[in-house]
Structure formats: structure tokens, C-alpha cells
Design a protein around this ligand. Structure first.
Ligand code: 15L
Length: 273
């Protein structure tokens, strides 16, 4: 379901979504089209065919020239691109580290002033599930993927401090049709709330460099977003209606399992590769 009425009356001339063929990109594609004249979509995977108002631009993030061409004429970017799960470092490096550098350099060159960066809860995955943390707490990445997202957060801070490019880094929890397990009762972000969050991050008058967690209005949470109230994100969904089904599937939690102890869940024990 797409939230109605529109979440803002603002309209962008051209938005760029990287990683547009990924799960969240496919979800946001029709939703963001409602807010712009042209929606430029990029990925290395198949983007299908262009609907009215869409521009398909396949590009690898590590390809500097391609990324520079991608940013031309763009007003704001929703950067979902890159590797979105734990992988060996040589897979993470080109897409998530070289790629995010290419993106911000291209943004600087083309005068793009606002980026929504899909960071991840895995930037802080080694905090425990019995802790509540805020974006001001030190990062504790739970793998190479989390490390690469921490790099993106730092890089975007540098590009704000040096060049005034504003970024909202959204440490996305678990954005799926519904929470799959008890961990996701805390980390779940509905697709409608994802849209609310991205549109809020694009539309807020001033965001500077903001780091926040991407979650729905879940009853149980490990994350305190108070410092990001200026973004104006108000989640409308909750994992709570899914609780009975999730608990029926997962009655017992083994507290000797790192996946049950740490916020990053199974990511904390992946590898070595
Ligand atoms: C992520 O960052 C991943 O992209 C996603 O696939 C989920 O695994 C999610 O984190 C999560 O922590 O549940």
C-alpha cells in the first residue's frame, strides 16, 4: 500500500535512486516517482523497462566515469546501491567503499546537495540486545559490511563539513514485508514507513549530517532516534501485530548464541571467508 495523501507537497525535478533493482529499490521505485518529474534509476542488475518519467542508467558504483555521468542534472540522491549483506572484503571494497566515494565526488562536482544514504544497523551490530543506543554512541560494526557502512557515514560527514552536501544516514533495521523472527520484532521497518522515512529525509528543510535508525514504531526497540526529530519521520506501523505468529515459530531463545545476544543477529558470526 502506498501512503496517501502524499507525504509532502514538495516536488523534485530529478531524483536518483541507486541500487534500484534491489529489494528496497524495487519497493521505493513507484513510490518515489510520485514526488518527482524524472526518476533516474541505477543498478548493475536488470532494471526492467522504463515507465513514464523513469530514466534507466545501469552503472557499477566502482566505475568513476559512469557514476559521474549518473549524477548529472540530479537534485537529490537516495543511495541504496552496493552490497547489502556480509561478504568477503574484496567484494565489499569496490561497491561500498570505492563506490560511495565516487558517488560523493560526483555529487560535489554536480552540485547535488542532499543524499539519503542507506546505512545499516550493522554499523552498531556489536551492541547487545539488552542495550538501548543512540546515533551518538560509538560505532561497533559487526563485519566488513557494517564497516563499509560506517565508512559511508564518515565519508558523508566529511562531505557535509567540507562541501555542505547534506546527508541523512539511515541505519536501516530489517525492511521486509513482515518481521521474520523475534529479533526483527525490534528491528522491523515496514515498506510504508521506509517511504515515510525517505521522503521525510528528502523534504526536511535542513538535515546537515544526520544519523538515525530506520525502524517502525515497534514496541520493543534498541534504538533511540530522539536526536533526529528534525527529520520529521513519524512511523505509522509496528511489528506488534506480527508478534503472535513470530513467537509461535520461535518459542525459545538460546542466550549462549551470539546471534541472540547482539543487535546484529546472525551477522555477528558470519565469516571468516
Ligand atoms: C541489513 O543491513 C541487510 O541489508 C538486510 O538484508 C537484513 O539482513 C538487515 O540488515 C537485518 O539486520 O535484518
Amino acid at each position: 500500500m502506498i501512503p496517501t495523501p502524499p507525504l509532502t507537497t514538495l516536488r523534485w525535478k530529478r531524483l536518483l535512486v541507486t541500487g534500484a533493482a534491489g529489494a528496497l529499490g524495487r519497493e521505493l521505485r513507484p513510490r518515489l516517482k510520485a514526488y518527482c518529474d524524472a526518476l533516474r534509476l541505477s543498478d548493475i542488475a536488470d532494471l526492467g523497462s522504463a515507465a513514464a518519467g523513469e530514466e534507466l542508467r545501469p552503472a557499477a558504483l566502482e566505475d568513476k566515469a559512469a557514476v559521474h555521468a549518473l549524477l548529472e542534472g540530479v537534485e537529490a540522491v537516495v543511495h541504496l546501491g552496493g552490497v547489502s549483506v556480509e561478504k568477503p572484503f574484496d567484494v565489499i571494497l569496490p561497491a561500498n567503499i570505492v563506490g560511495v566515494f565516487n558517488l560523493y565526488e560526483a555529487a560535489r562536482e554536480h552540485g547535488v546537495k542532499r543524499v539519503v544514504f542507506a546505512s545499516s544497523n550493522h554499523v552498531t551490530g556489536f551492541y547487545r540486545q539488552d542495550e538501548t543506543i543512540s546515533p551518538q554512541d560509538p560505532v561497533r560494526p559487526d563485519g566488513y559490511y557494517g564497516l563499509s557502512k560506517a565508512f559511508g557515514e564518515n565519508l558523508s560527514r566529511f562531505y557535509f563539513d567540507r562541501y555542505g552536501i547534506e546527508t541523512v544516514c539511515v541505519r536501516i533495521g530489517s525492511s521486509f514485508p513482515e518481521p521474520k523472527d523475534r529479533r526483527m520484532l525490534a528491528t522491523w521497518l515496514s515498506f510504508d514507513d521506509l517511504e515515510r522515512l525517505v521522503v521525510a529525509a528528502l523534504a526536511a528543510p535542513a538535515v546537515g549530517h544526520t544519523v538515525m535508525f530506520g525502524m517502525s514504531d515497534n514496541r520493543l526497540t534498541w534504538w533511540d532516534n530522539t536526536s533526529a526529530r528534525h527529520v520529521g519521520y513519524r512511523p505509522q506501523d509496528s511489528s506488534e501485530p506480527f508478534r503472535p505468529a513470530v513467537e509461535a515459530r520461535q518459542q525459545r531463545i538460546d542466550l549462549s548464541d551470539p546471534a541472540a545476544i547482539f543487535q546484529g543477529g546472525g551477522f555477528v558470526k558470519q565469516g571468516p571467508f
